[in-house]
Ligand binder design. Structure first.
Ligand code: AMP
Ligand code: MN
Ligand code: MN
Ligand code: MN
Length: 279
């Protein structure tokens, strides 16, 4: 398996903010020609068993994964754990704390929305009716559903995004701590969508240096919706920092067309694929 079009190491199910169940996601991946798929829900491994079972039936190799929210210099950073052991006691306990942080933050956000004259209690109930861990994506969908904003992006721009009226910086654990959980669970830590953080070029390099020092092993060089320039810049960073290269769409929903499952650019040849030792 050398062509990254057949590999997608970043996708969400309805155990977090994806729209498909883990089994539906795997079927969708099989139909899209994906041979190796990582399920990487936000801060939960709840969907992995269902995905593994569906992968066995559909002929898709499932990489057990997770996308953990971390903080670095007061910014939220997403770290993918790939090939983790979901039974790891330390990881399970850490993810339990992450879930609680998410629930606490969601209550604060909804209280702030109430202060702004919106029906915070009803919005919270709508979020909690979802099967997955609460995320701002669920709340954005509830704000659209209730007719309070026209589209989910507007929910982020008006209320939920950094610096907006109902934004709460979640107190995510430090980057190094999150990397340690992933390694402790036998996984490899891959820094997700490196171009998506609000950082200068120097800041991004410092983030990578700290990530490597903490034991990070890979960089998501090819990410959904990113252009060729980002991909090349990420490949250079991976080489400079001695990181393996990962590819992932960050798929959430088949109705969102900017990041379809398994339709990714090829990982540049100068970068060693993170899946090489697992192919
Ligand atoms: P959370 O992890 O609860 O902070 O929610 C973050 C999730 O919201 C991300 O994983 C994205 O799926 C989604 N998201 C973040 N920013 C936006 C945006 N501007 N428009 C739409 N979805 C977004
Ligand atoms: Mn998401
Ligand atoms: Mn992310
Ligand atoms: Mn993601």
């Amino acid at each position: 398996m050398t062509h990254s079009a057949a590999v997608d190491l970043h996708a969400h199910s309805n155990c977090s903010d994806g729209s498909l169940s883990p089994a539906e996601l795997v079927q969708h991946a099989a139909a899209a020609g994906v041979a190796m798929l990582a399920l990487t829900d936000h801060d939960t491994v709840a969907g992995l068993e269902e995905a593994q079972n569906a992968g066995g039936r559909a002929g898709v190799r499932i990489v057990p994964g997770v996308e953990v929210s971390a903080s670095w210099r007061s910014q939220a950073i997403h770290v993918l754990g790939l090939w983790i052991d979901p039974a790891s006691a330390r990881l399970r306990s850490a993810l339990g704390s992450q879930a609680e942080r998410r629930r606490v933050r969601m209550r604060k956000i909804c209280a702030a929305l109430s202060d702004l004259g919106l029906p915070g209690a009803a919005l919270l109930a709508a979020v909690e009716a979802n099967p997955g861990l609460p995320t701002r994506s669920h709340l954005a969908a509830a704000l659209v559903e209730g007719g309070h904003v026209g589209r989910t992006e507007h929910a982020f721009r008006k209320y939920l995004g950094a610096g907006r009226a109902a934004h709460f910086a979640a107190e995510w654990p430090a980057l190094a701590e999150v990397v340690a959980w992933i390694r402790d669970a036998g996984g490899i830590a891959s820094l997700a969508h490196p171009a998506r953080y609000a950082l200068s070029a120097g800041g991004r390099r410092q983030l990578l240096a700290d990530f490597v020092a903490a034991g990070g092993g890979a960089l998501e060089v090819v990410t959904g919706g990113n252009g060729a320039q980002h991909c090349e810049a990420n490949a250079m960073l991976a080489m400079q920092f001695g990181l393996l290269g990962s590819v992932g769409s960050d798929f959430h929903d088949p109705r969102l067309t900017w990041n379809p499952l398994g339709r990714l650019a090829k990982l540049p040849d100068c970068v060693v694929p993170v899946w090489r030792s697992h192919a």
